[in-house]
Design a protein. Sequence first.
Length: 460
Amino acid sequence: MTKKLPKILLTTYYIEPGGWYEYFSHNKPSRFQMVYHVKHSHALSCIKQNIPGIEILQFPTWEEYEKKLSQGWDIVGFSFYSAQTQRVARMAKAARDAGAKELWGGNYGITTPGALGLFDKVFPGYAEYDIADYLGVKIDRLRHPPIIDTWYIRPLPFRVQRVGQMQSQRGCPMKCTFCQTPRWAPRSTPIPLESVDETLRYFKEHGVDWVGIHDESFGLLEDHSREVVKLLKKYRLFWTTQTRVETATKFLDEWCDAYLMGFGVGIENVDPQTLKDWHKNLSPQALLDLADEVHRKNRYIFGYYILGNANATYESTIAEIEAVTKYDIDYIWMTILTPFPDTPLWEEIDNKYGIFEKDWDKFDTKHLTWNHPHIKPGQMEKLLDFACESVVSTKRLSKFIWRIYKSYSKHLGSYAKGLALISSFPYKSYRHYEKEPYFFPPLSGQKDLKNGSPGPKEDL
């Protein structure tokens, strides 16, 4: 007998009509834009997959959200980040006005001071089991939904490639002071291998050749990650991920043997003392050595960089940008140091310097939100513009694309086969029906019980 749930709608923040995710334009506007439609929330999709009685709404326009609210809901929940707090506050008021009896909050945004008092209940961390427990239902095995995005290269209107999106493990036990994850999900927890297997198999059967694995730090759970890599090799799926320098250095040969295309790492800063202050255990030289080895193997490496540490001046930041521009990193994502709520960095900066910004839209890593002792907000934005101009060049981008082509070709045995594979991507994008979103049917024999499952064992 299936347990009757209250009528529940979980939604992301609303977006403007025609929203796109623009990969290379994060740093600066470009004619060359690798984009896909903003339409998938990993968090909400995983909740829906494991608690099918909940309805989700992913990145609606305001008009779509209002229309959905008019259907009447017992509970409306919101998944968001700090930079979307003001939008969610507007959505929460509309839900109250529409008669929702209870409002929920989830994702990193619930720690934002501007969100306090908006919700009747909050779910920190990955929330499937907590929600199931609250509703009195059971999750027999955590399952990952098969999320597929279709990429375009604008200004062309044509589909280019289907990309599978997934996680293999979630959470991070590292103590980087700027990161919200260690408090939000402080342990690395594996997605069950049965779930990883069924998701990868679905990707392969539905025209996907490339998988993005969005773990906070792939490889921390060494035994689990090794089994995931075996599955990627089994299905002959090319893949990219996010990891740490020391982890990638340890497993690079093994990953490359299993169709790895490249990965992202946190560069964070070129100054060793700043890295130490942020509890980022990273040697800049180790990063450069890894990049050299990655390129020798015809793979790519991209990184994330943070401008504006407390000791920086305008002049020293220019020198810093010039130094990181010389790094042989294929793509560098430039940001401004932004303290986020419920992190050690937030507490430190607020106590020492003060956080002046009350407009949560500006907590997007593109604005200075605190009283920097040496750099004014306008100067910092000029420095960010200079950094973006410096690290993004036609030469760097061309080398990036060439390495991707070479990697395909090396795996397949010839440049002709690499070209043939790439040429097949648009065809597969049109051949396979866009059945979005798709969720696996419930497991056979699954029952709804009164008490929730404690979830999978946490390894770290």
